[in-house]
Design a protein around this ligand. Structure first.
Ligand code: GLU
Length: 284
């Protein structure tokens, strides 16, 4: 491998670290050490509504307990900090603006009530509402409104989100180190929210921007993130950045073999799911 290997473990501090998360961290650590690379801990805490007190400390303790120290992270300065996304908050707006200017993203003003209405209306007709090329021009956004209308809404402080403009009728093909070639049809994807008017990015935007800025060479994460890969690849393309290599790990399954092991399976089955006792377990 010629490039410097830099991998990251990027948990959200939303509860105790599940054994599956620790396993993902271990794969990252072992891969980094095998290639003389760096293992980074990045705390993805942009969704303040899901923030749980003590979860970040628990993550640190669990990594220490497992003997997998990080080379850069919240408590170990490196050249790519800060390593908590809430502390990088001010950097994301400029990136989302670039996407809007390039025409790869747009402002949307739809209220939660209006989106609920569309969802219910579609359901009553046996359909699924997807915010995408099929209906975005009928909704309340900068593609359906004039430039002046959009500008005056923003000026008036109307709450908005920025959505990614998923191209119509296209197939995205990329490769995954474990799965080989993977393809997604864009018609099945919705225009995901990238940024909210509270000034916070969503997971997708912050994750891609930070992987790029932190010069992450390989993204090794659980398979539940594979569906997000289609958007992430498109974001790298829209920014004109080279994407890292991806490896989506198979998940630890429930004892029945159906579905991924959940935090609650341990309580039901009487086996440990947390590497260390998580005393706030009523909050997960
Ligand atoms: N913050 C995400 C999580 O909680 C990270 C997913 C990824 O590694 O891209 O798992």
């Amino acid at each position: 491998m010629t490039e410097k290997v830099r991998v990251r473990f990027a948990p959200s501090p939303t509860g105790g670290l599940h054994i599956g998360g620790l396993r993902t961290a271990l794969f990252n650590y072992l891969f980094a050490k095998k290639h003389g690379g760096d293992f980074i801990l990045r705390i993805e805490d942009t969704d303040q509504t899901r923030f749980v007190d003590g979860a970040e400390e628990y993550i640190e303790e669990a990594l220490n307990w497992a003997g997998i120290p990080y080379d850069e992270g919240p408590n170990k300065a490196g050249d790519f900090g800060p390593y908590r996304q809430s502390e990088r908050k001010d950097s994301y707006a400029a990136y989302v603006n670039t996407l809007v200017e390039k025409g790869a993203a747009y402002y949307a003003f739809d209220t939660p009530e209006s989106l609920d209405f569309h969802r219910t209306d579609h359901e009553s007709k046996g359909k699924t509402f997807i915010y995408n090329a099929h209906n975005r021009l009928k909704l309340d956004n900068s593609l359906s409104l004039s430039k002046e209308e959009t500008a005056s809404k923003i000026e008036a402080g109307t709450p908005y989100v920025v959505r990614f403009k998923t191209p119509e009728n296209t197939s995205i093909t990329t490769s995954d180190i474990i799965r080989g070639s993977v393809s997604f049809k864009t018609d099945t994807l919705d225009d995901k929210v990238l940024f909210k008017s509270d000034g916070m990015p969503t997971y997708h935007l912050a994750n891609v921007v930070d992987d790029h800025l932190m010069e992450i060479s390989h993204v090794i994460r659980g398979e539940e993130w594979l569906p997000s890969l289609a958007l992430h690849i498109q974001l790298y393309q829209a920014f004109g950045w080279e994407a890292p290599k991806f490896a989506h790990l198979p998940l630890i399954m429930k004892p029945t073999g159906k579905g991924k092991l959940s935090k609650r399976d341990g309580e039901k089955g009487g086996f440990p799911v947390f590497p260390l006792a998580w005393l706030n377990s009523d909050r997960i």
